[in-house]
Unconditional design. Structure first.
Length: 307
């Protein structure tokens, strides 16, 4: 289980071995208290079937004593055993590369340079470089979105694609490769945009991809009313709910909106936010514990906005 996706550039990690009850409680607690764009927390069961490890990644050096006091009501004196470790950025890059296993959806294959030999003659491959903007690769979300892309291509041929929160550019580049369509992709992190630009060049897709640095769709390239046939937003539940009005605005009348980065309990709140904008759920996929939602217009009427 995991709350949030690891920050693009984590600097410190908290680790603590405990039991399942405490691990789940701390996951919920830290996930609620800290900004999900700056912190991610995960809990994993050990091989012994009894011990659980809590890991929390921080984009900035945390106040260690404050964090210990936060979790003390849950774990008691065990809070003093929690370890805080600085993450060497080069080690993070190497770990990212190790975690980048090939992801296939139909003929689309996302892979690292070390897996070029897995590309088949008829594949539409996307090679992704390891970089500081690349997290640990939660492929349940990536695969869910890529599968939605492949399915949408079977239904029609989207001509205008938007990828919000592009990270390394995986989804935008896959759309450009499969559809030969113009793609707009953006991220609020300048390192992510630089990495996506590098990956576009690496894959020979630079002419097809326009990149921007801004939150959500707050850029002239992205803020186009009914401007995109296919929109991806593979981020987190809280920003997805907040972005509902702006994302709904840029989806074409008959367009598809693909949302991911969600654990199952996030889904009802996100669906409610988009139903209020007139969208209905067409398909839901859950892969490796991550939910991907495909939405189209046809739900409840949008709520009136205040003048």
């Amino acid at each position: 289980m995991l709350e949030g996706l690891p920050p693009h550039r984590p600097t410190h990690v908290l680790r603590l071995d405990t039991d399942e009850r405490a691990a789940r409680a701390m996951t919920d607690l830290i996930g609620e208290v800290f900004d999900p764009t700056e912190t991610a927390v995960a809990a994993f069961e050990d091989e012994d079937g009894k011990t659980w490890r809590l890991e929390a990644y921080f984009a900035e050096p945390p106040d260690e004593e404050a964090v210990r006091e936060l979790i003390r009501p849950v774990v008691g004196e065990a809070a003093d055993r929690a370890s805080f470790t600085a993450i060497d950025q080069q080690d993070w890059v190497r770990a990212s590369l190790d975690g980048l296993k090939p992801v296939r959806a139909g003929r689309v294959l996302v892979h690292g340079a070390h897996d070029r030999d897995r590309v088949r003659p008829n594949d539409r491959p996307i090679e992704i470089e390891a970089a500081l903007a690349f997290g640990t690769g939660h492929h349940g979300t990536t695969l869910g979105c890529l599968t939605a892309l492949v399915d949408d291509r079977k239904r029609r041929r989207p001509r205008r694609v938007l990828d919000v929160g592009t990270g390394t550019g995986i989804l935008g580049l896959a759309a450009a490769r499969l559809l030969r369509a113009r793609v707009v992709a953006g991220d609020l992190d300048p390192e992510a945009v630089a990495t996506a630009r590098s990956n576009a060049a690496l894959n020979g897709l630079k002419p097809f991809v326009s990149l921007y640095e801004a939150p959500g769709v707050r850029h002239a390239l992205a803020d186009r009313v009914r401007g995109f046939d296919l929109v991806f937003a593979n981020i987190l539940a809280r920003p997805l709910r907040r972005l509902a009005p702006s994302l709904a605005r840029v989806v074409a009348q008959d367009g598809t909106l693909v949302l991911s980065g969600l654990i199952p309990r996030d889904v009802p709140g996100v669906l409610s936010a988009y139903a209020a904008q007139g969208f209905r759920l067409c398909r839901r996929r859950t892969i490796e514990g991550w939910a991907t939602l495909e939405l189209r217009r046809g739900g409840a009427a949008p709520r009136p906005t205040r003048p």
